[in-house]
Write a protein that binds this ligand. Structure first.
Ligand code: CP3
Length: 348
């Protein structure tokens, strides 16, 4: 049996195809990472970006949550800024801080100095995806791999601010004050993110998620003009490859229909947004993904499962539903709670 035969009965891929699988599929954003002791062990003494450039480590870390929880999909272990690093942008991922860029991008010349991404820049990604697709075909009757990239706005925010930001003041100063530079920057990142996704899909990823984590900083009119066209460009390039696409943002309730319209089969809903309301906003055309509050894992198990049950019930109103947290796993999460949550969702 080759890997694609093994995936025909994947509840995750069935849901993404708009079918109703026999049970609700589940995976967790940031399932691969610091909440797992086995992750901390293999990362000992190795920097985050270094790990993201090592095919064996990528493979091992991606598989860890699949082995432990039996989730219905694996997400490729990497980071949204890895492709920038791969083309030579001077940046680092600082523990407890996030991506930090040495020379923030502010001018057209800064944008033009960033090379485009070619598959040769990321041979370790191709190798890791090949390894993973082979391994995952044999886990739980076939587990699909999700490839991912950062959307242009979210990646731009790190490049322009130079690091994490609360108000995106410099990013928006560029967006509103120098629309030509903004356009060049967003095109540049869209090309890099699309190329990064394309490498993962050509090597065998079964679906992709485009993370526009910080797009919720924009109002719908500004999103429409300054953000959506570039994300749509990335998504349409991947649509041509025939894999389903998930589009996710945090604090994105005002943007949900637009995020769907950007060209995705599924829209991720953050935990602040009532799921029934999100389904109403999106209508019958979209699969929804989400949206348990990631902090609920710190509540007693019954309380967490009660809320999960209600999300599963509400999800039945949608075209199809993929269970997830409403944002990434919080690092101090007890893995046993996620194990109980996975088992509960898969038993419904
Ligand atoms: O399990 C998975 O989801 C796959 C791996 C993954 C990582 N980053 C690994 C990582 C994915 C999908 C991402 C995406 C990512 N990276 C996003 C979008 C998703 C989101 O959370 O909204 C964003 C905004 C980033 C940028 C970034 N990288 C941040 C904000 C941080 C956290 C900083 C911190 O330490 O609090 C990182 C670092 C990072 N990316 C870690 C991991 C496992 C932690 C680094 C470490 O272990 O040293």
């Amino acid at each position: 049996m080759n890997s694609s035969d093994a995936l025909v009965s994947s509840p995750f891929l069935q849901a993404l195809a708009g079918q109703k699988p026999s049970r609700t599929p589940v995976w967790f954003m940031r399932q691969a990472g610091r909440s797992l002791p086995e992750y901390l062990k293999v990362r000992e003494g190795i920097g985050m970006l270094e790990s993201c450039q090592n095919a064996d480590l990528i493979t091992e870390i991606t598989l860890q949550p699949v082995r432990r929880y039996g989730v219905d999909a694996a997400i490729f272990f990497s980071d949204i800024v890895l492709p920038l690093k791969a083309v030579g942008v001077d940046l680092d991922i600082k523990p407890g801080v996030g991506p930090v860029v040495a020379d923030p991008v502010r001018t057209l010349a800064d944008v033009e100095a960033i090379p485009d991404l070619a598959p040769e820049h990321v041979t370790y990604i191709t190798e890791a995806v090949h390894n993973l697709v082979g391994e995952l075909a044999g886990i739980n009757g076939g587990t699909p791999l999700i490839g991912f990239a950062g959307a242009p706005f979210t990646v731009a925010s790190y490049l322009v601010e130079g690091g994490p930001s609360k108000d995106y003041a410099k990013t928006k100063a560029l967006m509103f004050g120098a629309p030509d530079v903004w356009d060049a920057l967003m095109r540049k990142i869209a090309g890099i993110s699309a190329a990064f996704l394309e490498v993962q899909v050509r090597a065998g990823a079964s679906a992709v998620q485009l993370f526009d984590s910080w797009a919720g900083a924009c109002n719908p009119a500004d999103y429409e003009r300054f953000v959506l066209p570039y994300s749509a460009g990335v998504l349409s390039r991947i649509g041509e490859l025939g894999v389903p696409r998930i589009h996710f943002g945090v604090n994105s309730s005002m943007l949900l229909p637009q995020m769907g319209r950007a060209g995705a089969e599924a829209v991720g809903v953050d935990w602040r947004t009532p799921l029934d309301w999100a389904i109403g906003q999106l209508g019958d055309d979209f699969v929804v993904q989400g949206n348990l509050d990631p902090a609920l894992v710190f509540a007693p198990t019954e309380v967490m499962l009660d809320q999960a049950a209600s999300i599963i019930e509400t999800g039945r109103q949608a075209k199809s539903h993929i269970f997830n947290l409403g944002h990434g796993v919080i690092p101090s999460t007890d893995p046993d709670q996620l194990a109980r949550l996975t088992e509960f969702v898969q038993s419904r």
